[in-house]
Design a protein around this ligand. Structure first.
Ligand code: ZN
Length: 547
């Protein structure tokens, strides 16, 4: 045997030995605690009624799910790296389960701390940049593509930074996904969907998403929807530049879509009924609805990591937004799962027994839907020449606008009810379910605009006796008449502050009550102690759909 061959043989043997001795990775917290963390994500089977789909539409679904699986593979590479090798290094099932939920060895709902001994902190830039790259090095790097949403940064053989476009870096995956999109387009009966799938297939090969985003905005009559590609940039914690891959396979809820069209056409009339002086409602709201209701049948990649989205608002490209606006997709089956597994169990702990019957999914869904619709009511411009409401209220704007959407949304339900548009509606359901919803969202704190708005509402209602805590049982109940009064007066207050561009009052409102006080915190601790799940994890795919 020649010397060269012996060397080769030696190298092969060494490689084989090292593969067998692959290091085992272990949890840095007790396994019992790890199991509790896994159990905080309650498992649900993701499904929907597909019986109304045509034969061709039924054939589309498995192809879209296959593409979503490819987005999943790419996302693993972006978030962590080599998934296969990671899972091989685990001997414990809880470790495998938790790594699957978190897409890596860091706990997403706990500040990305590592729960595995062999890993320290998560790199802020995930795998979008070399792990050893400093911010200084990035600033000094002279490249027109370094901040692109669609490039990866790596080092060349001399250690210098280079950019690689996604369609090159993930070439195998994007080529495959692209050809599957073309195949899917062949089965698409709706012309809008067909065009979008074809343009998206091109986009994955060039990283130019504009045309396909426009086509997505123009889809109207599709039964199936498909969000796919590099989309949100939260995974890049370093700069927030890089978009992470994901996919949602969606089925349109025809019945709700029809209802929404009806409500949209009523918006100008509803605007006139708002409980505020005339000048604060003088703008005429658009009646073209951009809100749709869908069931999700597959979450792939970014959107499946950690906490699960129940609403989508896309596209993110401002050029597309200026030209076409955005579409808001409400994910009804996921909301139902969250209601059943999280919201109702919370209500059992904190809502008075005799009012528990009013905590209903339909009310939860209406409250959420009309929140979105209500963003379109009120006014966008101040009435006293201070410019737009957004500009006048500065950093207080978002919290106040979310508060407006909540309260005016609730008001809309009551108005539509009075107009006979919502048959057999019991308004008390919406009130009590809203209260239960407040407890659910307060668990996530008040760092978001939504969180602050929730607390403003909670204390506003409490101070006016619209919600009352029983000192004996520790449970809360709603006073129907006082709640109706409080709803009207809070709507009036917020709409007036917005119309006046009254920054000081907005600030006072948020600062005075936009936080969790000790008494409520105790209630939230009670929920935590009872082991109510924090979020969902999906059993999904063709089996779950019965295909
Ligand atoms: Zn909102």
């Amino acid at each position: 045997m020649k010397a060269k061959n012996i060397y080769l043989l030696l190298i092969i043997i060494m490689l084989m030995v090292s593969a067998c001795q692959q290091e085992k990775r272990t949890a840095s917290i007790p396994i019992s605690e790890l199991k509790e963390k896994v159990d905080a994500f309650v498992k649900v089977k993701l499904s929907s009624d597909l019986s109304h789909l045509s034969a061709n539409e039924q054939k589309l679904i498995p192809i879209l799910i296959e593409i979503a699986g490819i987005m999943e593979d790419i996302y693993w590479k972006e978030a962590y790296g080599n998934k296969k090798e990671l899972f091989k290094s685990f001997e414990n099932q809880a470790l495998k389960d938790f790594a699957k939920i978190n897409y890596g060895p860091w706990e997403r709902l706990n500040g990305n701390t590592s729960y595995i001994n062999e890993f320290s902190e998560k790199p802020a830039g995930a795998q979008f940049y070399p792990e050893d790259m400093t911010k200084e090095e990035f600033e000094l790097f002279d490249s027109p593509n370094k901040s692109s949403l669609y490039t990866i940064l790596r080092r060349d053989k001399d250690g210098k930074l280079i950019t690689i476009p996604y369609h090159e870096y993930f070439k195998n995956e994007t080529n495959k996904a692209s050809s599957l999109l073309i195949k899917a387009a062949g089965y698409a009966e709706d012309q809008g969907l067909k065009k979008y799938l074809e343009l998206r297939a091109e986009a994955l090969l060039s990283d130019e998403y504009y045309e396909s985003d426009i086509a997505w905005m123009e889809m109207r009559n599709n039964n199936i929807d498909f969000v796919v590609g590099p989309i949100e940039n939260y995974e890049d914690g370093l700069y927030g530049y890089k978009a992470a891959h994901e996919a949602f396979v969606l089925i349109k809820d025809k019945q709700w879509s029809k209802l929404l069209d009806r409500f949209s056409s009523l918006l100008p009339d509803l605007q006139k009924t708002l409980p505020v002086d005339k000048e604060y409602k003088k703008e005429i709201p658009g009646s073209d609805s951009d809100i749709g209701v869908y069931d999700v049948i597959y979450y792939g990649g970014d959107c499946n990591a950690g906490s699960k989205t129940i609403a989508i608002n896309l596209p993110n490209d401002e050029k597309v937004q200026t030209k076409k606006g955005t579409r808001k997709l409400q994910l009804k089956n996921s909301m139902q799962y969250k209601f059943d597994k999280i919201l109702f169990p919370i209500s059992e702990i904190l809502v008075a027994d005799e009012q528990l019957k009013h905590v209903k999914f339909d009310a939860f869904f209406e409250n959420t839907m009309f929140h979105e619709v209500a963003h379109g009511l009120g006014i966008k411009n101040t009435i006293n020449g201070k410019g737009t409401v957004r500009k006048a209220l500065k950093e207080q704007y978002s919290a106040l606008e979310e508060g407006k959407a909540d309260i005016v949304g609730l008001y809309m339900v009551s108005q539509l009810n009075d107009m006979g548009e919502l048959p057999e509606k019991v308004m008390m359901d919406n009130y009590v379910t809203m209260l239960a919803g407040l407890f659910r969202s307060s668990r996530f704190g008040v760092s978001s605009a939504h969180g602050k708005a929730n607390m403003v509402k909670f204390y506003y209602f409490k101070e006016r006796g619209a919600i009352i805590k029983d000192p004996q049982t520790g449970k809360y109940r709603v006073d129907f008449n006082k709640m109706t009064e409080a709803m009207n007066s809070l709507a009036k207050e917020i709409l007036t502050i917005q119309g006046n561009g009254d920054y000081d009052s907005a600030k006072r409102m948020i600062e005075d009550s936009g936080y969790i006080r000790a008494d409520l915190q105790k209630d939230l601790d009670l929920i935590a102690k009872q082991g109510i799940p924090k979020d969902l994890v999906f059993e999904q795919g063709l089996n779950s759909l019965g295909l």
